[in-house]
Design a binder for this molecule. Structure first.
Ligand code: ZN
Length: 154
């Protein structure tokens, strides 16, 4: 059991939980969406600055468990500069890794996100790991569009 927990809470996850990257509102975001996981109490807002189908910047705010926060933090690192299409295919790879417990041939592309492979053993926590990604996709799809006139800081 403790071996499993060691797998789940790898150093990468602990580090991103303690010191999440891009953990702020994005003043010039033109897309944002909220993600809620009431089963665990995770709640995040994901901010995107989308320009001609390219994610120029991405950030998040909110609160939740270590898995959800580390996953959101790792996501923002991976998606900056990617196209919307690349972000979607990246999410497919991420889901496949969570289903299989290993990234397999996607390992190089997944990078630090491979640290979340251990979540595979904890089906309830998969919802935590994918929460911010679903919010990111909703933002890409324009399900919660904000204009830059309505600053998300307020
Ligand atoms: Zn959670």
């Amino acid at each position: 059991m403790s071996d499993d927990l060691d797998d789940l809470y790898q150093e990468v996850i602990l580090d991103h939980n303690r010191n999440p990257r891009n953990f702020r509102a994005l003043p010039d975001a033109n897309r944002l969406a909220e993600g809620d996981n009431p089963l665990c109490g995770d709640h995040y807002t994901v901010f995107l600055k989308l320009d001609n189908g390219v994610i120029r910047d991405v950030s998040f705010q909110g609160a939740g468990c270590a898995i959800s926060k580390a996953s959101a933090s790792l996501m923002t690192e991976q998606l900056k500069g990617k196209t919307a299409a690349e972000a979607r295919s990246f999410f497919s790879q991420f889901q496949r890794m969570l289903a299989n417990g290993t990234a397999g041939e996607d390992e190089d592309a997944m990078g630090s996100l491979c640290a979340l492979g251990g979540v595979h053993k904890f089906p309830m926590r998969v919802k935590c790991a994918v929460l911010s990604w679903h919010a990111m996709l909703a933002a890409l799809d324009g399900e919660a569009v904000v204009s830059t006139e309505q600053s998300p800081r307020d």
